[in-house]
Design a protein around this ligand. Structure first.
Ligand code: NI
Length: 277
């Protein structure tokens, strides 16, 4: 028996490589998460940037609470089983009327994870619409092989290397992913997806949470992750502790160590030492 998703929803995820929408938070709760983020940004006087957009759940107790949200984990358990690590989180923030976009790509390209049983929960802090650059998915593309990608490092590309698929993708088959604030979509690590710029007067904010079953291995570096449900008999990752207070000394140290490992994996073969702003 699935814990949250219907049998049809699980079958659809397996067939198409994605499923949405899954209601997780009320509109008020989603607004609360946005407020947490924006209160921090108000203190620093700028949008969340660079390394802090990644593995943000190691820095802030509210983000940590979200990656442990029982509804999210129930849906994840339905697709990858009961023993779950949170590998990373990535904020995808598109500022109002901004050229920022995400080229067509497969997440698996630089991550170093094996096998491909990796699922992203993309949680909408604001509505995601055709006008503000919602994601688009290519149904069934998780079943094709890893495609060749080229690194562009384009300044407006929100991906780590600005990587894009180097072969022709039939974008006309793309399915838009509208979400209301508080809903999430699920997608497979090899699903082809991308998104266009935000043409509206408000920000579009989503947090991508990457979950793996404990048997998955990192092939590029000795990596770390957080055990968020079940048990781990594989010990393929060092454990990350949960933050006790926002940005306290130990949270900052954990985050710095963890991001360093991830940057080594994601930027292998380049001279990059940190995530791009
Ligand atoms: Ni992606």
């Amino acid at each position: 028996m699935p814990k949250l998703l219907s049998g049809d929803a699980v079958a659809q995820f397996q067939r198409d490589g994605f499923y949405f929408p899954v209601p997780v938070l009320s509109r008020e709760e989603a607004a609360g998460y946005r407020r947490h983020l924006e209160q921090h940004e108000a203190k620093t006087g700028k949008p969340l940037q660079g390394n802090w957009r990644h593995k943000t759940h190691l820095l802030f107790t509210w983000a940590d609470a979200l990656v442990h949200h029982p509804k999210i984990l129930d849906a994840i358990e339905d697709v990858i089983g009961p023993d779950i690590l949170c590998w990373t989180t990535n904020f995808f923030i598109k500022e109002a009327s901004n050229p920022g976009f995400v080229s067509w790509h497969q997440d698996a390209t630089y991550w170093g994870l094996d096998p491909d049983d990796v699922v992203t929960a993309w949680v909408a802090f604001t509505d995601a619409t055709p006008d503000n650059g919602y994601m688009q998915f290519l149904p069934g593309s998780h079943k094709i092989d890893q495609l060749p990608h080229v690194d562009t490092f384009h300044k407006d590309n929100l991906l780590s290397r600005g990587q894009e698929i180097a072969v022709e993708v039939d974008k006309s088959k793309g399915v838009g992913v509208p979400l209301k604030a508080g809903e999430m979509s699920l997608h497979h690590i090899k699903l082809v997806h991308g998104s266009e710029p935000n043409r509206t007067s408000d920000r579009r904010i989503g947090l991508a949470i990457r979950y793996i079953p404990t048997y998955v291995k990192q092939t590029k570096v000795r990596d770390s992750a957080m055990l968020v449900r079940g048990a781990d008999k594989f010990h393929n990752f060092d454990y990350e502790p949960r933050p006790q207070q926002d940005l306290d000394e130990s949270a900052l140290a954990t985050h710095a160590d963890s991001v360093e490992r991830q940057v080594k994996a994601l930027y292998a073969g380049t001279d990059k030492q940190a995530f791009r702003a």
